[in-house]
Design a protein around this ligand. Sequence first.
Ligand SMILES: [Zn+2]
Length: 313
Amino acid sequence: MRYAAAGAGAAATGGLCTYCNGAAAAGVLPEYEKKGLRARAVRILTPPRDGFYGKEIDVLGLPVRAHTVVSDPALVVAADRLARMLRHLPAAVSERLARRGAAFHIIGIGQGTSDLPEHAHMKGVDGGYTGEKGVTLDQRARGMGGVHSSCGEENLIDLDSDPRYAGRDILTHEFAHCIMDVGLPPALRAAILETYHESVEVQGRWRREDGSSAYAGSNASEYFAELTMWYFGTHGEFVDAKQQQPPPGPGGLAAYDPDGFKLLAAIYSGTHPALSEADPPSVRLDPLDMDDPATGRSVEEEEIASSLVQTGV
Ligand SMILES: [Zn+2]
């Protein structure tokens, strides 16, 4: 960046702003060297986790995983977008995510959703999770919500030219489901439900001209996930596709749905009163304790089965 020169430091480096001075002079950020810090980096998992995930990067305690065919930049971009969502949320949210084993997974450009081990049982199954005949999971979705939420590599490395979801940030949508279902306290989930009720059912927002629901109007979960896309700069399914309404970005959201914008701003800035509620002390769960004796299925399997949410687009 080249800002107007001000002061001796800027003058000495030919007008570079103060952020650039150190890097320009030393070739490396001296603050990193001094503190022994290393920039966020992708590491190789040997052997691959679940026999599939050979790459991992950590973001604020949350693992981002992918097969080794996925490019390192895709993992770095994913980590940055996830950090943007988690940065101001209190530690209790990250703790809840960690306790439930939350992770974000990337579907390689040449892979399908059912190549991910947690969805492998759906490969080629007619109807997939939704039961919609004639459509498999891979035909329907490249991105899932839940404890192990995911999106396609192409949506990370070039959002605007993604042939399927151009301009729509699928990571942000799917991980919003994970934050709502696993990370937020119950009082806040109730607040989301209340705002959805007010905005959609009372005020009549998120309806297309023909009266049908845009995706944000379908239920409280999709309301939160879709609005989160707008809040962080892109958009979900438009109410008016031709006119691109509401306009992408937080300004478009604030103008169209001030109640939703206010709620999301309070959540993602970490200032909503329900976020400061005391959490019960962390309990480290033994994986063996996660089996439900009634069904024999692990709690996580139940969670995935009940909370998987299609992008529906
Ligand atoms: Zn969704």
